[in-house]
Design a protein around this ligand. Structure first.
Ligand code: XMP
Length: 507
């Protein structure tokens, strides 16, 4: 799909490459990422962007590009960071290797106010992350912007080839989006990125691929699998949607998920496997062992329920399939990738029986698709919830008593966040258990009970997170209700740890 008039982003390994794709899509054009090994098989793009990368062009194994093939596309090309250095060499110039890294903000002084720098301020902040710099410019090359030291940071080699040393894709480059937009304006007839068009194409392609076979998919109530199931319903293909209740869900979650799907007209099969999960977990206190038990049990239960599948659909997203970006992936997507690539699935994949319709989309685009499918905002804006569920919020051993306590505390806290209009402002929030007994007084009696920890964070990608300054009154009312209503808890703590060094979950 979409291999003409798109923006091809060639990946030289920078941690920011995915962001370039996102920014281009945010600007309204369809962009796709290609491993540099796949060049020149990139369809017929309308513009090409060469990303940055961790290597120095002087290293023996530095990634290279077939320059003749690149020129033959005859479309605008933008080299970013490593991409610019490589292009400078290809045009006959040179690059000076350096061990000193320039990392952080710099000032940009465009030398002209048209083309790439149309509408850009006379001085503007950009973000640098590099060691090497261009040295000798080839004949005909023009410096189109410099930094505060007068060093060239942007070049134009000819009508179609441009280079920038800084990273326009990160938000610290204040006018980065405009610079990218100016570059895209140089291209003709770029494919617009509209989620509605995407939806239509996806539905048609699902129908073509599936035919009258039956598709099985797992649903969790989360955004990706919900959008997937509704998309399959819209496509009108025969579908079995399976929901595994692992006993580690939040209060009333199973019944809410069932009710949500019912409202959306999607029939789901619930497999109540809570006993199996809790029995397998009994007595185990080690976080990694707990995760493994849950992961393996999920696979067992799910495939028991599926039996022989004619086709399997999964809610794999674009970041999950971009392997070169694996170092920038969240734990969640690594684990999800792991689940989505177990032996059984690889076997089905080899037979062409795995359908991943969301594999070209980013998370926010999946939400937009969900909205255009008529899925309620409340479902689309749900906080992320880890696959191993409340187990990672229950340090040490997990049993029904502890889980029930967490469920009660969590429901009160989340209820208060919603009541105060804070639920949509935080990225993720929950209550967990600290299984340490401390002394207190309840009524006239001494109590000796556990504590609950409340956590509310903001984050963009789960790689980093900051705790949220919730209103004191919200916390006060939450604490009051928990202490009065939840048996087994006599202390409420608010977690004010950033990630790093802490993590979002406790295990
Ligand atoms: P941490 O605790 O690593 O969490 O800061 C980052 C994000 O990932 C989620 N998370 C998981 N998701 N399986 C998942 O599917 C897991 O094992 C897992 N561990 C953490 C967590 O909820 C947060 O959104």
């Amino acid at each position: 799909m979409h291999d003409s008039n798109h923006v091809a982003v060639l990946d030289f390994g920078s941690q920011y490459t995915q962001l370039i794709v996102r920014r281009v899509r945010e600007l309204g054009f369809f962009a796709k990422l290609y491993a540099i090994e796949d060049f020149p098989s990139i369809g017929m793009p309308g513009a090409i962007i060469l990303s940055g990368g961790p290597k120095s062009t002087s290293e023996a194994d530095a990634p290279d590009i077939d320059f003749e093939a690149l020129k033959a596309f005859n479309v605008p090309v933008l080299g970013v960071c490593y991409g610019m250095q490589l292009l400078n060499i290809k045009f006959g110039g040179s690059v000076e290797a350096s061990n000193r890294r320039e990392y952080g903000p710099a000032s940009l002084f465009p030398t002209e106010c048209s083309g790439l720098y149309a509408g850009i301020s006379q001085t503007s902040q950009v973000w640098m992350s590099h060691s090497d710099t261009v040295k000798i410019l080839p004949d005909g090359a023009k410096v189109i912007a410099s930094n505060q030291h007068g060093t060239p940071v942007s070049l134009q080699w000819n009508e179609l080839f441009y280079g920038i040393q800084f990273h326009p894709e990160v938000t610290h480059s204040h006018e980065g989006n405009q610079i990218l937009k100016n570059f895209l304006d140089l291209a003709n007839g770029l494919l617009p990125f509209k989620i509605e068009d995407f939806k239509r194409e996806m539905i048609q392609s699902i129908r073509d691929i599936v035919g009258d076979r039956q598709v099985v998919c797992g649903v969790s109530g989360g955004v990706d699998s919900t959008v997937l199931a509704v998309l399959l319903k819209e496509a009108g293909v025969k579908t079995r949607a399976i929901f595994v209740d692992n006993g580690l869900l939040r209060k009333n979650e199973a019944s809410e998920v069932q009710a949500n799907f019912k409202r959306m007209g999607v029939e789901i099969e619930t497999v109540d496997a809570s006993e199996r999960f809790l029995t397998a977990l009994a007595g185990e206190g080690d976080p990694e062992k707990k995760r493994k038990i849950i992961g393996n049990m999920f696979i067992e239960v799910f495939w028991d329920a599926v039996g022989d599948a004619e086709m399997l659909a999964q809610g794999t997203l674009y970041p999950d399939v971009i392997e070169s970006a694996s170092n920038a992936k969240s734990k969640a997507s690594v684990i999800k990738t792991h689940h989505n690539r177990v032996a059984k699935i690889l076997e089905l994949q080899a037979q062409g029986k795995v359908l991943e319709p969301l594999a070209e989309l980013f998370k926010d685009e999946v939400r937009a698709l969900g909205r255009s499918l008529g899925i309620e905002n409340e479902i689309l804006q749900r906080h992320p919830f880890p696959g191993p569920g409340l187990s990672v919020r229950c340090p040490g051993i997990v049993d029904k008593e502890r889980l029930d306590i967490i469920r009660e505390c969590d429901a009160i806290f989340i209820g208060k966040l919603k009541e105060y209009g804070w639920y949509d402002k935080v990225w993720q929030a929950y209550a967990g258990l600290i299984p340490v007994r401390t002394v207190g007084v309840k009524g006239d009696e001494r109590s000796y009970e556990w504590a609950t920890n409340l956590r509310a964070v903001v984050s963009e990608d789960a790689m980093t997170a900051d705790w949220v300054e919730l209103p004191a009154q919200l916390l006060r009312e939450t604490s009051h209700r928990i202490l009065n209503e939840v048996k087994g808890i006599n202390r409420v703590l608010y977690d004010i740890s950033t990630k790093p060094p802490a993590s979002i979950e406790w295990e």
